[in-house]
Design a protein around this ligand. Structure first.
Ligand SMILES: *Cc1c(COP(=O)(O)O)cnc(C)c1O
Length: 390
């Protein structure tokens, strides 16, 4: 499909190309100087003590869960309105995801009020996800975690550069995870980063990233070591130098790109307010500093979402859904069933949400056209009495 306006787009130029060529010419492709520098620069940018680069965001969530010592019998509180990898990483560690509702239609992050009600003697951790790059209320969640002695994990895949006050997202938990997948604010293709201020967590993550071997290929290449010991069950979750080199360039552009995303978001809000006020956009006048990863809208109840998305597609506009709730997927329904009435807001938002195109290089003039197209399509499709579910 050749989209007139894709959902997401890369912000790549000559600098990324040069960085890749430099790595190819160096004749060292896996973890080395580029990766060390990427980690150092990312840690400095966030103001965090340790950053460990890995193969992808899912691997970084998995290593974060293992480093916290999650194990069978443990429960982890997690939103259902997130990407499946958020909950899967808990299951990889053998623990049980306990789904918590989101706050509301104007705030699609985990509901702080609902967290406490779901805590049991088996609860070990809270895993939050900063939906669309809009930070969860971390001061309040930290207070709850502290009061119950729970670990806190941030899935910050949407939120590189987001902050609460002066403190960047990634600093508000025991361990946080970022993704550099192609459609994220900082893109390397595949890639991820575990960040923490805890020396012991950083040590474990570094070890398990590369087979829990006590010396690295890089050290051996440099003549620092000739053999190794294996001290745990590890993985190959390494990143490579090509991706790290791209990541370093993307990191330099991140603040500028997030600012452009913010301006486009404001343009969307203003245009919807004027042309289609019945469309809700969550996180209006949000008190924290977002990374503006997504532009989610909520269709009025009863609008057939499939028909709407097909209408947009016919105009060449790519849309998506963030997210089909995890607890409604077959695997999770069978293995971790949820009471029918437990997640009403998640199910309502999950059935009405549509994500519109948002990326740093999106032309502001296109925003107006997308909103006008949205209005025209909504006028054409019939409103059904019963809510659309698919
Ligand atoms: C992208 C994403 C991930 C997984 O990252 P990958 O790099 O694709 O493995 C995890 N959680 C959320 C919320 C994401 O958006």
């Amino acid at each position: 499909m050749n989209w007139r306006i894709p959902l997401a787009d890369l912000n790549f130029g000559e600098e990324e190309k040069e960085a890749v060529m430099k790595v190819l010419d160096s004749r060292w492709l896996t973890m080395g100087e580029e990766t060390q520098n990427f980690e150092r620069e990312f840690a400095r940018y966030l103001g965090v003590k340790h950053a460990v680069a890995v193969a992808n965001g899912t691997a970084s969530l998995h290593l974060a869960c293992l480093a916290l010592g999650l194990k069978p019998g443990d429960e982890v509180l997690v939103p259902s309105l997130t990407f499946v990898a958020t909950a899967a990483s808990i299951v990889y560690a053998g623990a049980r995801p306990v789904f918590v509702d989101i706050a509301g239609e104007t705030n699609t992050n985990i509901s702080v009020e609902s967290i406490e009600a779901r805590i049991t003697p088996r609860t070990r951790a809270i895993m939050v996800m900063h939906y669309g790059g809009y930070p969860c209320d971390m001061p309040r969640i930290l207070e709850i975690a502290g009061r119950y002695g729970l670990a806190l994990i941030e899935d910050a895949a949407h939120a590189p550069g987001a902050a609460i006050g002066e403190k960047k997202i990634g600093n508000w938990s025991n361990v946080a995870s970022f993704s550099f997948f192609s459609n994220k604010n900082l893109a390397t293709g595949e890639g991820g980063m575990v960040v923490t201020n805890d020396d012991e967590i950083a040590r474990k993550v570094r070890l398990q990233r590369s087979h829990a071997m006590t010396t690295m290929t890089w050290d051996r290449h440099k003549g620092h070591a000739s053999s190794y010991e294996v001290v745990d069950l590890g993985f190959n979750y390494r990143i490579d130098e090509i991706r790290s080199a791209i990541g370093r360039i993307q990191l330099k552009k991140l603040d500028g790109n997030n600012t452009r995303r913010g301006k486009l978001t404001a343009a969307y809000r203003a245009a919807f307010q004027k042309l289609v006020p019945e469309i809700e956009i969550p996180f209006e006048q949000y008190p924290f500093s977002p990374a503006y990863h997504l532009l989610p809208i909520l269709l009025p109840a009863g609008v057939n979402r499939f028909a709407f998305m097909e209408g947009m597609k016919a105009q060449g506009i790519q849309t998506s859904i963030h997210y089909p709730p995890i607890h409604q997927f077959n695997y999770y329904r069978n293995r971790f069933p949820v009471e029918q009435t437990e997640l009403p807001v998640t199910e309502s938002v999950g059935s009405r949400e549509v994500t519109l195109p948002l990326y740093a290089d999106l032309d502001p003039a296109s925003v107006c056209w997308i909103v006008e197209t949205t209005r025209n399509i909504l006028q054409e499709i019939p409103v059904e009495r019963s809510r659309s579910v698919w």
